[in-house]
Design a protein around this ligand. Sequence first.
Ligand SMILES: [Mn+2]
Length: 334
Amino acid sequence: MNHRIQAVADVLKKYRTFVLTTHVNPDGDGLGSEVALAEWLITQGKQVHILNHSATPDFYSFLDPNNRIKQFNEATDARTLADADVIVVLDTNHTDRVRSMQAHLLSSKAIKVCIDHHLDPEDFADHYLIDDDATSTGEIVYRLLVHLNENSLSPLISQALYCAIMTDTGSFRFPRVDAEIHRIIARLIECGADPVQIYHEVYEQWTAGRVQLLGDALASLRTEYNGRLAHITITQNDLKQTGTTEVDTDNFTIYPMQVAGVVAGILFLELKDGIKMSFRSKGDIPINELAKEFGGNGHKNAAGARLYNCSLADIKEVVLKAASKYITNGGFPA
Ligand SMILES: [Mn+2]
């Protein structure tokens, strides 16, 4: 890991113009990692653009008081990607996850750097800083910035990294949360991150519609296989009735996992053109293997997949059937 940190640090120091990007529907980890890295690069006199396929959800705008994050506009930004010295892809290692930017990313002559914590990277970058044992991309960016300079953690950078780690650890309670990550968090608080304020910005900004959507999702909960698997379903109609969108379903997967005896949970979300599935499991159940059967990927206990041009009813039946072999053995406690 150390020699890979050094290789990326050398790239950051050597070059002048940077584009940072993250995955479609960016989360606190993707956005926080972008802001932290951008703010540090700017202190070094670099020219930095943060360009994302998706707009930033309103409740994450507090991360970016300097308005550095822009939604990618092909007409005006294709040139920026083509001309950059370095493109850094954060919190994903598959180029299709940057959607409208993918072709421009791949064709750019820029040096490509991938900083991420997911498994099975695509072969596209010149430098990979991937640690699939890390809680978050924010944790990896923290290690990188501290490696670059002991005093790199400004209050704004600390806030961004705290948010990244908080959101990707479900507020410090997912597997891989250990003493070391709490030491990192302690350092971020010492350097200016405000836990109360960040929690408030991220988790206490729901619309009434989102709370109503959660109600619909909870009412849809069903269990299978003697209560070992729980799943919830959100339809396009649910979104329409509550005036919500896909991003409002973020983290709804925690609720099926709260049922006693459940070892695996699935959120089925009907998209306009397909189905998104979010998988969770406990203990040693490799739910990413189930996701892979449907073209997805992820971690052992948290994974996702998207299928297009298919019906919710058909997919649910097939996926629930395929899930049985993962949940009949193992689980939690092991
Ligand atoms: Mn992440």
